[in-house]
Design a binder for this molecule. Structure first.
Ligand SMILES: Nc1nc2c(c(=O)[nH]1)N[C@H]1C(S)=C(S)[C@@H](COP(=O)(O)O)O[C@H]1N2
Ligand SMILES: [Mo]
Length: 542
């Protein structure tokens, strides 16, 4: 067989699959069909072993950092692009298979050959999408739409084969005329160009129309959801320590919601309808409960807590950390109403996206702060941050704290959570960290005839407090920074240090200590399984 044939098939497969994705996107926006490339990617990332996933995520984060992109906002985009590439790649594979297996046989001329091949090659994605999808369509309509698309893909690959391979081979047998030796080559190239052009046009039209039709799900929901009155929210009072002014360029003490990092296993956050949503508390309880959001809001005392949340996948100096005001109810109080049976020792929490975690009931009983959270910054949780309900467990990384909670079951035996099964730490306690945000040359100040450059950043140790932050310039002594009073004992602490100005290239380092004096671990570790430790340094030419 001509070695080029599988390659041509792969190219044809890609060129048909790209506009197919455009049409799929259109279908998703127009009538709520699922978007199979995302379903496929989500499925693949759930079945692949954890080590492969972590390796993939790490390489992606490395890549984003190399490109100088903000990891927090670029990571999902990177994953989505990977999903599109994966779908195109499987299209390439099926294209090559058609060209090699069907193309060489007589079946290729049968009018139904492409249709049947389309169904066979589409079957895996159809199946995956039927089980994974967040489609709002009825399953039968969803399957019907997917079948139509598969048939279309199949008949397209059949005609591409005919144009690309059949025509030239047939005519190659004919005697060549002196004045038309390269006709076949040119026509093949012309066909590829036409195919590429058509592919691009359909893709752009599909994606463009889809964009027009689709509304932002989060925006609408935020507008209609019941907002909580803001007057009982705690506002931090100015105090003596509060007067430590953050250095210009330091991160904001409260992260604006739209800038808060977002991490979740799927490609899109699940959409949960508040009207039909319930929190079932089942398993080893005397009194199974099924609570609506209104029940949670009205039957239990609301609690407010400024919280810094951090992702275990973040490096030293990471952007995967943010601070907001969390509002909700104590899990202790809610569980008291369910009346846990003798022998019930763990709570398995499940989520709308297939995520799950287990929490020890001893921990719940010892810590009333553990909070079923419905508001962030006094407003219902944004969709990507877990609407309608998520949990807060002080001192732990985000990986232990499910969003989009859909179930709670009391059990007698421990079972590993989603990320624990994939090789991450079972406890997930945050590592203490400190970060330099800015060496603010432009904010230089003069004190007692001395020129000082303010340096600022944050330190964070979960719920263990920060007693001291030190800064070091080059190989000098560690010097103590001023600490701003934090928003709460579970948020980061902003600090400032005023450095006697010296021209030249310098390395600035920071370290901190927990409230009880425990020093931050300065030795660099791997991210997995416990989260990274290490010292943050920045270099500046001043
Ligand atoms: N249901 C669900 N909850 C989840 C996750 C998830 O993928 N699904 N990711 C966890 C991880 S790893 C982190 S770091 C935090 C991130 O919360 P955020 O997106 O609101 O910042 O959510 C946690 N809760
Ligand atoms: Mo995370």
């Amino acid at each position: 067989m001509n070695r080029k044939i599988p390659l041509q098939g792969a190219l044809g497969g890609i060129l048909i699959s790209i506009p197919l994705m455009g049409i799929m996107f259109l279908g998703q926006q127009a009538f709520g069909a699922s978007f199979p490339p995302f379903d496929l990617f989500t499925w693949v990332s759930k079945v692949l072993p954890g080590a492969v996933i972590t390796f993939g995520i790490d390489r992606m984060i490395d890549g984003l950092r190399l490109l100088g992109l903000n990891v927090a906002s670029a990571a999902k985009t990177g994953e989505r692009l990977m999903a599109l590439a994966l779908f195109a790649a499987q299209g390439a594979l099926w294209g090559a298979v058609y060209f090699m297996l069907v193309g060489g046989t007589k079946i290729k001329n049968h009018p139904a050959a492409g249709l049947v091949f389309g169904l066979v090659s589409g079957a895996p994605v159809i199946l995956i999408s039927a089980t994974q999808s967040d489609s709002t369509l009825a399953l039968s309509a969803h399957l019907g739409w997917m079948v139509v698309l598969s048939l279309a893909w199949g008949s397209a690959i059949q005609s591409v084969y005919r144009q690309l391979v059949d025509t030239p081979t047939k005519s190659a047998a004919k005697p060549r005329h002196a004045n038309q030796p390269r006709v076949q080559k040119i026509s093949r190239r012309a066909f590829l160009i036409t195919l590429g052009g058509t592919s691009a046009v359909i893709t752009v039209i599909g994606a463009g129309l889809g964009r027009l039709l689709g509304e932002e799900p989060g925006a609408e929901q935020a507008a209609t959801a019941t907002a909580t009155p803001g007057d009982d929210l705690p506002t931090p009072q100015p105090t003596e320590e509060n007067r430590v002014e953050p250095v210009p360029g330091t991160r904001p003490e409260m992260t604006p919601l739209e800038d808060h990092f977002s991490v979740f296993i799927g490609l899109r956050p699940p959409e949960i309808d508040e009207a039909s949503w319930r929190l079932p508390i089942t398993g080893m309880v005397e009194q199974p409960l099924s609570l609506s959001l209104a029940d949670l809001r009205t039957n239990y005392q609301a609690r407010h807590q400024y919280v810094t949340l951090r992702c275990i996948s973040g490096r030293i100096g990471t952007s995967l950390i943010g601070t907001t005001l969390w509002t909700g109810v104590s899990l202790q109080e809610v569980l008291a109403d369910a009346n846990i049976q003798e022998g019930g020792r763990y709570l398995v929490i499940t989520s709308g996206d297939g995520f799950y975690e287990t929490i020890n009931l001893d921990l719940v009983n010892s810590d009333p702060r553990i909070m079923l959270t419905y508001d962030w910054d006094g407003k219902p949780l944004p969709q990507e941050h877990g609407y309608p309900l998520r949990i807060w467990i002080p001192d732990l990384y985000g990986m232990k704290q499910p969003k989009w909670i859909t179930g709670m079951e009391v059990v007698s035996h421990f079972q590993d959570g989603y990320w624990v099964e994939r090789g991450w730490d079972i406890f997930g306690r945050v590592n203490t960290t400190s970060v330099i945000d800015t060496v603010a040359v432009e904010a230089m100040i003069e004190k007692d005839g001395q020129r000082l450059i303010p340096i600022g950043g944050m330190a964070y140790s979960g719920a263990r407090g920060i007693s001291r932050v030190d800064v070091r310039v080059d190989d000098g002594e560690w010097q103590e920074a001023l600490l701003r009073k934090p928003l709460s004992d579970t948020t980061w602490v902003l600090w400032r240090f005023e450095w006697p100005y010296q021209e030249g290239e310098h390395t600035f380092s920071v370290r901190c200590f927990e409230a009880d004096g425990t020093p931050q671990i300065l030795e660099k570790s791997r991210i997995r399984p416990n989260g990274m430790t290490g010292m943050h340094t920045v270099e500046e030419d001043i």
